[in-house]
Design a protein around this ligand. Sequence first.
Ligand SMILES: *Cc1c(COP(=O)(O)O)cnc(C)c1O
Length: 379
Amino acid sequence: MQEIYLDHAATTPVHPEVLEAMLPYYRELHGNPSSMHRFGQRTRHIVDEARSVIARCLGAAPGEVIFTSGGTEADNMALLGVMEANRDRGKHLITSQIEHHAVLHTCKRLEAIGYEVTYLPVDETGRVSIEDVEQAIRPDTVLISIMFGNNEVGTLQHVGKIGKIAQDRGIYFHTDAVQAFGIEDVDVKRLHIDLLSVSAHKINGPKGIGALYVRRGIKIEPHLYGGNQEKKRRAGTENVPGIAGFARAAELAEETREERRAQYEKLRTVMLDTWKEQGIDYVVNGHPELYMPHILNVSFPGMKTDAMLMHLDLAGIAAASGSACTSGSLEISHVLRAMHLPPERLESAIRFSFGYGNTVEQVREAAGRIARILSRKDG
Ligand SMILES: *Cc1c(COP(=O)(O)O)cnc(C)c1O
């Protein structure tokens, strides 16, 4: 049985060209970028090059890109670093109820040390309302952090509009673009973004490397102390192979963005059409138009998520619930809960996420296997 991987929102395989780009830094090029000698100069060169590549993909300047250990660290750094460095401006932060835990749990930490957080609700499609953002702003609001596109349901937010509001009110705007990077146009200048998080392993890069864009002039307190790396904003010897791989992955993602978007749209259609033809009962969760095409969250009323995931795994299909599995029991996702979906949809939601390498044949095959699981459920 052919295994079919439809969980690219969790992580993606490393692209062969990315691996090629990394290998020299595991073999001959081992110098520390901080060293004066030629060994160091060679690796410093790739770190500089990679920074320019990532900056170009974001419409930023190289000096505005800080390498981190991934999306989680970038989110932590944005929230903790900006709130702490701007304590004189206030202690209030606005976010949403559907953020990734890298943002939500950092907000919990901020609350525990005396900051105040407003968690904005979303509608049934997973969108934050602009009016709610405006109304939540207080004189002591320092930062708004609203994700670009949601990792569970794919819904896109009004990022440009929120950025403009924040700019007009003199508030910083951070967005977690980990899922959107490589799928959407994430131009930080056009969208008035002050801080933005990205991660390599969601775009066919290696795990353990990511970046935070910080607009020039924004004060941010470091959270790792040590050497002078990343202009003293993030100490620690650079993950040189990871940085080289991240840059190659970002280049490939940018070059192929339009064709991959079209491919993912096609795969969605194939999936849904196959189910329609087979008379499968399903509901798509998320926004009908404003979504990232690689994420497809559906509920199969009457088939519980955990049972379905088990059937899928037996059928060789990798998908996800989007919710955290704690000690074997599935917790209902905070995202779907915030969308106030009816209980039968909450309890039966599955996230399929497409990526580089998924073909129409694979997805048609997967949709057929899923239809067979669902049609035998009552028998
Ligand atoms: C995966 C993900 C993260 C975490 O990134 P890591 O690099 O795995 O730490 C943060 N936010 C979103 C939206 C994600 O999908």
